[in-house]
Design a protein around this ligand. Structure first.
Ligand code: ASP
Length: 314
């Protein structure tokens, strides 16, 4: 049936075959990115604008590199520091950018739903690079690609998502994606950081790391989102590390070949032990960064094909 989306606003609207299609194309782009000539002309002639209303290091760099490898003209705008501070509304900013005729708009925004709103106002393909606590679809796709390549499949795996589930768009997008692919998902963390009702969504919820990690194939750690917390969600970072920080001892409860993931940026010594994060026999954190570029190349390529089709038909 093929990839049918006009935008990539979340994982929610994607069907399993569309997810597989992005990952299959991303595999090709991993091979291209590992070769000496990393260029393709899939986005030649197209303009990509990256609008980041919230700070980002790896996601912005990854989208920029992805666009450049595919031959797009890429422009970065860090709006956290510019017009938004002068009181321009999101829609004004969108209309201004729209007049510059972009083909791909990559947007990160602190408010859930802001990227969807923008997508309704512009004439190009929009990619959500993280909106509030809502979704971060390319992160879930790059995590899926990493898991598929490491485990040889993306279904019937036992996956523990651990830590600050409540504030994490990464957890949300991953839950949706891994659920669509029929995996067994466990959420592990203190009750203050796990939203109520998660068990009704088919996840198993654990308060204890040793129990939650028992025999899992994948351990996905999350950053403690301090900037999104306005009260006492945890007693202290020291105590949190003691109970929920992933170290070799806690990891020993998982399967012997379980992989360790983290979306970055990491709080070493808070949610994960620094030595374990750097252990290339267990941690796939660097692979996740590598897969990020290829997944974003694939997503932009597929969206650009649909955009060109729509424009030709108009
Ligand atoms: N980089 C991810 C995000 O933008 C994860 C994080 O910040 O903890 O959501």
């Amino acid at each position: 049936m093929g990839f049918r989306q006009d935008h990539l606003l979340g994982i929610e609207p994607l069907a399993p075959d569309e997810i597989q299609e992005i990952l299959d194309l991303a595999d090709d782009y991993v091979a291209l990115s590992r070769s000496d000539d990393k260029h393709s002309d899939a986005l030649a002639g197209l303009t990509q604008i990256n609008m980041f209303f919230e700070n980002s290091t790896r996601t912005q760099a990854s989208f920029e590199l992805a666009g450049k490898r595919l031959g797009a003209d890429v422009m970065n705008m860090s709006l956290a520091a510019s017009s938004i501070k002068k009181g321009e509304t999101l829609i004004d900013t969108a209309m201004t950018l729209n007049a510059m005729r972009p083909d791909l708009l990559v947007v990160r925004h602190p408010h859930s739903g802001a990227v969807d709103l923008l997508a309704q106002k512009v004439n190009c393909a929009v990619l959500n690079a993280g909106d509030g606590q809502h979704e971060h679809p390319t992160q879930a796709l790059l995590d899926a690609l990493t898991i598929r390549r490491k485990k040889g499949r993306l279904h019937r795996l036992s996956i523990a998502i651990c830590g600050d589930i409540a504030h994490s768009r990464v957890a949300r997008s991953n839950l949706i994606l891994l659920g669509k692919m029929e995996n067994r998902i466990r959420l592990v963390g203190p009750p203050t950081l796990i939203p109520a009702g998660m068990a009704d969504l088919g996840c198993e919820v654990y308060e204890d790391m040793a129990e939650g990690l028992r025999d899992v194939d994948v351990v996905m750690m999350l950053r403690l989102q301090k900037e999104r917390m306005d009260g006492g969600f945890i007693p202290s970072e020291r105590e949190y590390y003691h109970l929920y920080g992933l170290d070799a001892e806690k990891l020993a409860h998982a399967k012997e070949d379980a992989i360790v993931m983290h979306p970055g940026p990491m709080n070493r010594g808070v949610e994960i032990d620094g030595a374990l994060a750097d252990d290339i026999n267990r941690s796939v954190i660097q692979e996740q960064v590598e897969m990020g570029v290829s997944v974003r190349m694939a997503a932009m390529d597929l969206l650009a094909r649909n955009l060109k089709r729509r424009r030709q038909a108009a």
